[in-house]
Design a binder for this molecule. Structure first.
Ligand code: ATP
Ligand code: MG
Length: 246
């Protein structure tokens, strides 16, 4: 079971789009996939058109067994949803012993999945720290914006701290260039910076695509909304790279 967190402290870099489309693409390849949304915005469930009374809140607070919080989104694809109730949970977590390990402890009985993909909030909060510690690998979507690089630098520092303090070895699986537009000079410049900081770790890019911005409105993944689009091709390529990285 590979456990990947999709994270960048900067907002709007394509984290949720990457989680949902990677998850569905993997499921279509016959992999058993679980999405865990740890962002109170609850976008992953919205994107997949799934609502649930029981959420990650119940997992974190230990109110229900994990198996009761999992709902089916597509064949081979399950999700633990999130919503704004997670905000107060975050405050209560702060008082718990071993507060960074709560998610890992509660999810320890999880089994039967090939991939677990964690959708993270764009913030440096305790819930996010829990998501990092639960995961073994990170996928870092970086949009072709200078501020996206700032989010990644902060994250790299934090990964170092987590690895040292907790004796963990969280690996970076892929750095994913998103909102890629090769006609734009800024894209070239940011790609150069990324290649310097992450030699050999960059995946093939996810191009800017109208389909990707429209698909969530129809509660469809790109493989449902526009399976022959360049965006679907980009996510298929990324999925193959992530599979062979494992
Ligand atoms: N490659 C792309 N081309 C065009 N639009 C995209 C692309 N990827 C994502 N989008 C759109 O950009 C917006 C932000 O994407 P997304 O929600 O995946 O980012 P996020 O990093 O999860 O945001 P947040 O930090 O708020 O959780 C969404 O409306 C999404 O549909
Ligand atoms: Mg998101």
């Amino acid at each position: 079971m590979r456990k990947l967190a999709i994270v960048n402290y900067k907002g709007g870099t394509g984290k949720t789009s990457t989680v949902v489309n990677m998850a569905h693409g993997l499921a279509l390849k016959g992999k058993r996939v679980l999405v865990i949304d740890t962002d109170p915005q609850g976008s992953a469930g919205y994107y997949l058109g799934v609502e649930s009374e029981v959420t990650i809140y119940d997992v974190v607070m230990g109110l229900r067994p994990v198996s009761e919080c999992i709902v089916s989104a597509r064949p081979n694809l399950d999700i633990i949803c999130s919503n704004e109730r997670l905000f107060p949970a975050e405050m209560r977590l702060a008082n718990e012993k071993g507060r960074e390990h709560v998610l890992m402890r509660r999810l320890s009985e999880l089994k039967g999945y090939d991939f677990v993909l964690v959708d993270c909030a764009p913030s440096m909060n305790l819930m996010n720290q829990n998501s990092l510690i639960f995961s073994d690998e990170l996928v870092l979507p970086v949009s072709m914006e200078y501020l996206s690089l700032v989010g990644i630098k902060q994250l790299l520092k934090n990964i170092d701290i987590v690895n040292k303090l907790l004796g963990k070895e969280i690996r970076i699986c892929k750095v994913v260039p998103t909102f890629y537009d090769k006609r734009n000079k800024k894209t070239t410049h940011i790609m150069d910076s990324l290649e310097r900081v992450f030699p050999g770790m960059l995946s093939s890019p996810i191009r800017v695509s109208v389909g990707l911005s429209e698909a969530p409105g129809y509660r469809q993944t790109i493989f449902e909304f526009s399976p022959r689009s360049s965006a679907a091709d980009d996510y298929r390529r990324l999925i193959n790279e992530v599979i062979s990285h494992g």
